[in-house]
Design a protein around this ligand. Structure first.
Ligand code: ADP
Ligand code: MG
Length: 395
C-alpha cells in the first residue's frame, strides 16, 4: 500500500500534536495507551480520537489492541516528526530522491530554500540488528525507553557528534549540518561509493590515502569498525570521503586491535582484488617486525605500532551532546557480539517484527513542505513536558 507523502503538507497542527504525544508516551510504553495519548495531547472535545484515525490512515501510527488499546509510532511517523522539525528550523525545505539504502538507514536528498542539495540520513536501528538488540534485553530492561526510537536517535546523535569532531580535526567527512531524533542532515558527497568504482587512475594513491585514514583515526584514539568499500566515497578527482560513523569505537575498547585489523584487512583485500595491488602475504596476527626488508610490496599497518591518543571520545564528543554513557550504551547494543556482528544479522523476528513503513523515493519525490505551520514539538514542548506521563497508567 502506498502512502501519499503529500500528507505531510496537509497534516494539521493537531495531527502533529497527537503524533508528538505518542512519541512522548513511547518513552515508557512500547504501545501507548489511547487514554494516555489523549491526556498528553489534551485536545478539546475528544479531538484526539479523530486525529488518531487520520494518523493511522496515513500509516504514521500502528494500532495495537492485543494487551490494551493503544498506538505506537511507525518509522514513517517518526520520519515525519523529524522532517517537520528540520523544515521548521529552516534546515531544508524539500525532500527529493532516495540516495541509498544502507544497512541501517535510508538516505535522501533534501534541498534548502536556496536550492542547495544536502543529504539526510534516517537511522533505522532495529531494521537488521533487532535480533541482536533483542538478545540484549537484559541490558535494556533497566531503562524506561528501550525501543528502536531510542536506539535510532542514539545512533544519529553519535554519527552527528563524530562527523563534527572529525571534520574539526581535518578528516575528509561530510559537513554535519543538523541532527534531530533519528535524522542527520549533512553535506552531499559528490561521487560514488568505492564499491561501484571499477577503475581508478591512481589506485596506489587512493589506497594509501584510505589506509592512512585508518591509521590517523587510531592516532586520534578512534576505530571506524565498518571501514569498507561501501563507506568510502570517491569523487571525480578521486577525492576520498569517509562516511557512516555510528559504530566507531575508542582504541581503548577491549576488541580494538581486532576491529583495527579488520578495517585494514578489508581495504587490503578490496584493493588486491579490484585493482590488483600486491601486498605482503602475512595476516595481521602473523606480522612480525620485518626490519631490513625492502620490497615494493606494502605491509599492513600494525595496531601496536601506532601512537594512539586516548580520550578523543570523551573530550570531543561530550561537547556535542554525546556522552560517555551514550557511547557505552551504543557499544553494548551495537557491537557487543563480535562473532555475530549485528550488521550481518538480517533475519526477521516473528514476534517483535517491526514494520517497514519507510518513505520510498516515489513517495518523497517532489515533496514540498509547508513552513508556515507551527512545530508542535518546539512550540508546545513546554506544555507537553509538564504533562504527567509517568503515572499515565495502562488503561
Ligand atoms: P548505513 O549506515 O546504513 O550503511 P551510510 O551512511 O553508509 O548508511 O549510507 C548509505 C549509502 O548512502 C552510502 O553507501 C552512500 O551511497 C549514500 N550516502 C550516505 N551519505 C551520503 C552523503 N553525505 N552524500 C552522498 N551519498 C551518501
Ligand atoms: Mg554504510
Amino acid at each position: 500500500m502506498k502512502l501519499d507523502v503529500n500528507a505531510l503538507r496537509y497534516l494539521s497542527k493537531d495531527d502533529f500534536r497527537v503524533l508528538t504525544a505518542v512519541e512522548m508516551g513511547m518513552r515508557n510504553h512500547e504501545i501507548v495507551p489511547t487514554q494516555l495519548i489523549d491526556r498528553i495531547a489534551s485536545l478539546k472535545h475528544g479531538g484526539t480520537y479523530k486525529v488518531l484515525k487520520n494518523l493511522l490512515k496515513h500509516k504514521l501510527l500502528h494500532h495495537d489492541s492485543s494487551k490494551y488499546d493503544g498506538f505506537r509510532l511507525t518509522y514513517l511517523g517518526y520520519d515525519f516528526l523529524a522532517i517537520k522539525t528540520m523544515v521548521n528550523r529552516g534546515v531544508f525545505a524539500a525532500v527529493g530522491r532516495k540516495l541509498g539504502t544502507g544497512k541501517e538507514s535510508d538516505i535522501f536528498e533534501v534541498a534548502t530554500e536556496d536550492g542547495t542539495v544536502l543529504a539526510m540520513k534516517l537511522h533505522r536501528l532495529g531494521r537488521v540488528s533487532f535480533r541482536a538488540v533483542k538478545s540484549k534485553r537484559d541490558y535494556l530492561n533497566h531503562r524506561t525507553s528501550y525501543n528502536w526510537l531510542y536506539l535510532s536517535r542514539l545512533a544519529a546523535l553519535k554519527e552527528f557528534a563524530f562527523m563534527k569532531a572529525l571534520e574539526n580535526h581535518g578528516f575528509p567527512v561530510p559537513h554535519a549540518v543538523d541532527c534531530n531524533r533519528h535524522c542527520v542532515v549533512m553535506s552531499l558527497v559528490e561521487g560514488y561509493p568505492l564499491e561501484q568504482v571499477k577503475q581508478l587512475e591512481n589506485p596506489e594513491v587512493v589506497f594509501e590515502t584510505i589506509t592512512g585514514l585508518v591509521v590517523r583515526l587510531a592516532e586520534h584514539g578512534l576505530i571506524h569498525c565498518d571501514f569498507n568499500e561501501f563507506n568510502i566515497m570517491i569523487g571525480d578527482d578521486e577525492k576520498v570521503t569517509m562516511i557512516d560513523f555510528p559504530q566507531m569505537v575508542s582504541v581503548s575498547h577491549p576488541n580494538a586491535k581486532m576491529y583495527f585489523d579488520r578495517d585494514i584487512d578489508c581495504i587490503f583485500k578490496f584493493f588486491s582484488k579490484r585493482f590488483n595491488l600486491s601486498f605482503e602475504e602475512n595476516s595481521a596476527d602473523e606480522r612480525g617486525d620485518s626490519d631490513g626488508e625492502s620490497d615494493d610490496v606494502v605491509g599492513k599497518p600494525r595496531f601496536a605500532d601506532i601512537r594512539k591518543e586516548n580520550g578523543f571520545l570523551d573530550r570531543e564528543l561530550a561537547a556535542s551532546g554525546f556522552s560517555r554513557k551514550d557511547q557505552d550504551d551504543i557499544e553494548q547494543l551495537m557491537g557487543g557480539d563480535d562473532e555475530n556482528h549485528p550488521a550481518l544479522d538480517t533475519e526477521e523476528d516473528g514476534d517483535d517484527h517491526l514494520e517497514q513503513d519507510e518513505i520510498t523515493s516515489e513517495q518523497l519525490d517532489s515533496l514540498c513542505l509547508d513552513k508556515d505551520k507551527d512545530d508542535p514539538v518546539e512550540s508546545s514542548s513546554h506544555h507537553l513536558e509538564e504533562t504527567e506521563i509517568e503515572h499515565g497508567g495502562v488503561a
